[in-house]
Design a protein around this ligand. Sequence first.
Ligand SMILES: Nc1ncnc2c1ncn2[C@@H]1O[C@H](COP(=O)(O)OP(=O)(O)OP(=O)(O)O)[C@@H](O)[C@H]1O
Ligand SMILES: [Mg+2]
Length: 317
Amino acid sequence: MYELKSLDKKFPGVHALKAIDFHIKRGEIVGLVGENGAGKSTLMKVIYGAYQPDGGQILINGDAVRFANPRQAMEKGIGMVFQEQSLIPNLTVMENIFLGYEQQFVRLGVINWKEMAKAAKAQLAKVKLDIDPSTVTSKLSFAQRQLVELAKVLTLEERVDGDLVILLDEPTSVLSKDEVELLFKLVRELVTRASFIFVSHRMDEVMELSDRIYVMKDGQVVDVVERGGGGADANRSSTRWSGGTSTSNIIGSSFKSPTIPRESSSKCPASTCQAARRISRSGFTPVRSCASSEPKARAVKRSCAQSTACSAPPADA
Ligand SMILES: Nc1ncnc2c1ncn2[C@@H]1O[C@H](COP(=O)(O)OP(=O)(O)OP(=O)(O)O)[C@@H](O)[C@H]1O
Ligand SMILES: [Mg+2]
């Protein structure tokens, strides 16, 4: 289990993370949502070792750890698929996958490219990407490059003894609907190999994929909700989840307030309303809420009620 306790991070003039408590267990998919500037990427970068926290603790299986850089985090099984992709465009796919770890393919002072290609092919198979590993990376589509990044992260499986935690920072932002579905299918399959932390602005996506959702606002976790029945389970892919609590508990909570998609303005966007309906059917259970964000939740409720795009939840909700 990976845990953050009371984690703090400050930038000059910005208290980006305030006493964050967070955990993820083996085989879980945990969603992280919040408005722009809420602190999601900062949290991911602290987990990944790119930023060092100013306070609090990081625990892996109960042991306190501290990462001076991402390489140290990777040695503990933490891998990140970046919002801004990190592959080098003019390198081949296999060179990117094993960048910094070429030594394993060096024989008598030269790289054995055939061996690297074979190993790259095995990594690409993990993400079901059937491409020639000697393809120059810039020739791939965005979605393909993202899968290559994921394959690169999955090389940690062979290098690290413990469990993997893979961070996906807004992986769906420029993907088509079909590409998103493919990615989600893959992530659901990969939970046997790794846990995932998934950041998105799109509430419906986070609800579709996650076992537990942390809602952030102004550097704080303001809500934590869990899928009814709790934890990773066989019903993860179901759109109508079992278990759960009463609609009023969920709709009335602050849960949806920080989860308005980017395109939202003073009006309630259809996607927010759809998300609200789906919450009402989903069986998500708020496990913690923050009173300070309730006025905003009420405001969202009012604007939803005024919007023609948002009718009352269906009778079966
Ligand atoms: N390197 C940095 N130096 C100074 N301030 C920073 C730095 N990185 C982030 N911040 C600030 O910290 C806060 C949290 O930013 P962060 O990027 O983590 O938010 P986010 O939730 O990922 O937002 P978005 O949804 O827009 O990606 C913001 O106020 C941001 O301006
Ligand atoms: Mg971000």
